[in-house]
Design a protein around this ligand. Sequence first.
Ligand code: COI
Length: 417
Amino acid sequence: MLTLARPASHSPPLSRSQTTFLAQQRLFYQNKQLELYAAREANRLTLRQLLFFGRSTSDAERLIKSANYVRTELPIRIAHRLRDMQKLPFIVVAQGEVAKVYELYWSAFEKFRRYPPITTTDENDAFCGFLTDILREHWAVIPNLSLGLSLASPHLSADVLDSFMRRMLISRISRRVLAEHHIALSRMHSGKTSTYPEPHVGIIFTALDVKRSLEKCANLLRNQGKGWPEIVVDGHVTTRFAYIKEHLEYILFELLKNAMQATALHHRGAPGLPPIRATVSSGANDVGVRISDQGGGLATVKTPSDLFSFSHLRNAARLDDSHIDALRSVSSSPLGMRATVDEQVGRWKQDLIDPDPEVQAGVGHTKIGIGLPMSNIFATYFGGSLELVTMNGWGTDVYLRLPKLGTNLETLEGSEL
Ligand code: COI
């Protein structure tokens, strides 16, 4: 990260102390820049504002405004997280995987900070290419961070670790939403057709059909797991609302997977399996989904902070060899993941992203055991919630609530995005 200018060939080589001095100066300058950006507040958006950027895709001026918003907003949000990382104990941030993420963020911060203003649609095309490359480079951030912090877990209190992870992950989701939405809007602007039958603006589906998403996730899962239970969808089954389909389906896939696995295990050997019931509700302000299974429930009642924790103090499995090994294999050879992600990134270039929940949740997160905490983080990003009620010996009900009006700001309670 720290590259020093090469001395001209006629200059004498720099002494060690000169090199150190220059390195220190550069570091000082970089940190000064970081402070400037970290001192600024994030300009948080609502789902409605994101829609507004894309309402008239023929309006080049609005698209360029969106590009410059992304260009200037992302380095502020990255600077907040770099500051957060600098506050961790040195032993944690020096841990190989955490250090990798720190360097990636420094590099992205520098690239965004130096990126010139975008004034034409051609420049915007180049900017979208730049964003696509950064999205791809950052693909392994979640397994890297999870591994790094699992290994560093003994050096941090559970509260510090969990609130740090929460800030890192919500902020990352927010940055990826801004970048992906802008790329998708740019594609729409340039008139590239979409294969989607559903109405959408950028990455926001304006009439997202909850029952259809539930059935899609259930079918994907039932095709994977032999003898998994059926789902029955009831309640307000015609509910449609404006939301990011990728987020809704990530959560539904993860919750249904847990419910199906528990049911199949609890009733193994039985002639039939009780179905999973998914009840949809459409209230004045929120859309709700309750997923009820008869999978035997959890043996010990865990609080939400335990269930969604990344710390071994709240969830001992975080330091299990199998968990660490899975994290290591995903982090150190992300080739399998990359292939899938390249496919996705390729799709953004060709068409609007179809975030296949199997790709989102199945690749990586489920395997590395962070599907549930990630679902909670996705649910809370625009102010929704995820709650779990378990009856030991019988089953579990999970309640997902997502805001329906699109008027909630991106949320990271008590902290800057
Ligand atoms: C991430 O994926 O971690 C990011 O921060 C992506 C963003 C810089 C576009």
